[in-house]
Design a protein around this ligand. Structure first.
Ligand code: GLN
Length: 595
């Protein structure tokens, strides 16, 4: 289990509500000072199948509410027993998203942070593992006063407690609860039961239930079929949940007839059964919801018309529309190659894809991605594989597979002026390549790949080795980076002295070799403020060769692109269109990242 720290801020907020009274017959622990009915809850559940985009719906709706001046706090409830997502294989479950406080969580938290342009914390994420472990801890501590500990009310009580604590700590008008998986899964059933209880306890008008469903359109029939959706919603009703809103996912706009059928079978008024069909970018989903008026349906259902600020909404919407209007109207196109182990599943690189999309939209450049399977790269075919890309990213990763292929890509990029962005493992790969091919250190490697190597330029540092036995040796979460003056990084970050990014790594550059690298022309332009940990590197003589030990993709936001991605896309544009005199990458980054 990886450790995570709660930031001072969220610790204060959570401490405020840590006193809990449990002296009711029903055992529904309510934080002291909690006012029922103050915070409203929007609860989003999936039917028919998973992967429908509950997070996209919930975050889009939360954005529309935030735009109206309401305070919103999202929470994702995962069914799995892992305490966090740190140990999950991205190939099976999508990328591991890291929050500023070091929580390793589901990739949906990334969607919320991007849509809401807000940093979240461990209070916004829970797993069954967290809920159960808290119940078991309390049981050992004797907190249940002689009662037998049961799924209902104790486990469901723990879920409600978590939500109410979040409501208090965030002072939210609306808490958005997204339940992972699909209604009918055994592992999520207690969450749904907890929501039924919550709605009853909080009182009428306090909760709005949204059932996300899927409308089939079999090719052989050529028409939309709503039966699976009806059955899925029935399943929710059997669990005591009457949806207030049904969101119909589908490839094409959902027909009137299908919506009418769903309305009849699920007791949901027709105007609250709406189509959420596929669209060119997830960033156009808020507009889709707004166009069918579903945001105001939610406001009316929750009875909070008096809390909204329509002027604030007009301003926020104008800003957002400026961004979305640029989608699909890009004038240029670049291709960025991404190397990596999990290339067959795009969810494993969701944040990188998003970060490229943000930079591309803001720079009027469509970014195409070419996935490069590194195990297919040999020393002599990198030029073939990379001939048609305008820039390359070597992303984060663990283990040894494909390392030599990645090193071959870095060599090609460095020698051929191909814009390069190295992320975490891609930073380490850049160091190894430079050590081998520029500094003549033939045996250079990372001790993660070859524990016995003679020149371990990437290694676990002594102070970290000491804590290895304690199981907390991953460096996780947001950290400040001190930026060296008059470097590309310094320019890229608008001449700031420091920048904050998120980390998730165990290995780093062995400081013993730094002088050798700097003598040969590599500059370490970002370092940890008080430790010799190298965090950004660049090669000044190359048009764009930059890498960071951090994960810049995690903090890129739609209307505020992350400078590394803005820089890469701009540099790739200049390479692809040499005669057009496009803005230098530094100017482009300044313009779209620091407006
Ligand atoms: N495996 C490397 C390390 O542990 C890189 C980690 C990463 O890319 N997230 O340091």
């Amino acid at each position: 289990m990886a450790k995570y720290n709660i930031t001072a801020d969220s610790r204060d907020l959570l401490a405020k509500v840590s006193d809990v009274s449990t002296d009711t017959e029903y055992f529904s622990p309510i934080p002291n000072g909690y006012k029922k009915g103050q915070t409203r809850y929007v609860i989003v559940m999936g039917t028919v199948m998973s992967g429908l985009g509950k997070g996209i719906f919930a975050s889009s709706m939360a954005k529309l509410m935030q735009d109206k001046g309401l305070r919103v706090a999202p929470i994702k409830l995962e069914g799995y027993l892992n305490i966090d997502s740190g140990t999950l294989n991205p190939f099976r479950h999508g990328e591991v998203f890291v929050l500023d406080d070091g929580m390793e969580c589901d990739m949906d938290l990334g969607t919320y942070e991007r849509m809401l342009d807000k940093d979240l914390s461990s209070a916004n994420f829970s797993t069954s593992g967290q809920i159960y472990s808290s119940v078991l801890r309390k049981e050992r501590h004797g907190d249940y006063l002689g009662r037998d500990v049961q799924m209902i009310p104790h486990v469901t009580g723990e879920v409600k407690l978590k939500l109410r604590r979040l409501a208090m700590a965030s002072e939210a008008d609306i808490v958005f609860v997204e339940i992972g998986g699909t209604a009918g899964d055994l592992e999520n059933a207690f969450y749904i039961e907890a929501m039924r209880e919550l709605a009853y306890e909080e009182g009428p008008g306090s909760c709005c239930f949204v059932g996300l469903t899927y409308i089939l359109e079999p090719q052989a029939l050529g028409e939309q079929k709503s039966k699976a959706a009806q059955l899925g919603i029935k399943q929710l009703m059997q669990m005591g949940i009457q949806p207030d809103i049904v969101a119909c996912r589908a490839s094409n706009p959902v027909s009137e007839q299908a919506r009418q059928k769903i309305s009849v079978f699920s007791n949901v008024p027709y105007e609250r059964v709406f189509s959420m069909h596929d669209c060119p970018s997830i960033y156009t989903v808020p507009a889709m919801l707004r166009d069918c008026g579903i945001d105001f349906e939610v406001i009316r259902l929750l009875g909070i018309e008096d809390r909204i600020d329509l002027r604030a909404e007009r301003r926020a919407w104008a800003k957002w529309s400026d961004f979305t209007d640029k989608i699909e109207s890009e004038k240029r196109e670049v291709t960025i190659g991404i190397t990596g182990k999990y290339t067959s599943v795009r969810d494993s690189y969701a944040s990188i894809i998003n970060a490229l999309e943000h930079a591309g939209i803001l720079l009027g450049t469509k970014v195409k991605i070419k996935w490069i399977e590194t195990t297919e790269i040999a020393a002599d075919n990198a030029d073939e594989l990379l001939a048609d890309v305008d820039g390359i990213i070597v992303p984060g990763g663990f283990g040894t597979r494909g390392t030599e292929g990645k090193i071959a890509c870095v060599k090609y990029a460095r020698e051929n002026d191909l814009p390069y962005l190295g992320i975490c493992l891609g930073f380490q790969t850049a160091v190894i390549e430079f050590a081998r091919n520029v500094c003549g250190m033939k045996d250079a490697n990372s001790t993660e790949v070859d524990p016995e190597c003679k020149q371990g330029v990437i290694d676990i540092l002594p102070e970290q080795k000491k804590i290895e036995g304690l199981g907390g040796n991953m460096r996780l979460g947001g950290r400040d980076i001190k930026i060296k003056k008059d470097t590309k990084a310094w320019e890229l970050f608008n001449k700031a002295e420091s920048a904050r990014m998120r980390f998730r790594h165990r290995y780093e550059v062995d400081p013993e070799y730094i002088d050798t690298f700097e003598d040969k022309g590599m500059v370490f332009s970002g370092k940890a403020p008080n430790q010799p940990i190298m965090q950004i590197l660049e090669i000044p003589s190359h048009p764009f060769f930059m890498a960071t030990q951090a994960h810049p993709e995690l903090t890129s936001r739609p209307i505020r692109s992350q400078p590394f991605f803005a820089g890469l896309v701009a540099a790739a544009g200049r390479k692809r269109y040499p005669t057009e005199n496009l803005p230098q990458f530094l100017d482009a980054a300044r313009e779209i990242c620091f407006r």
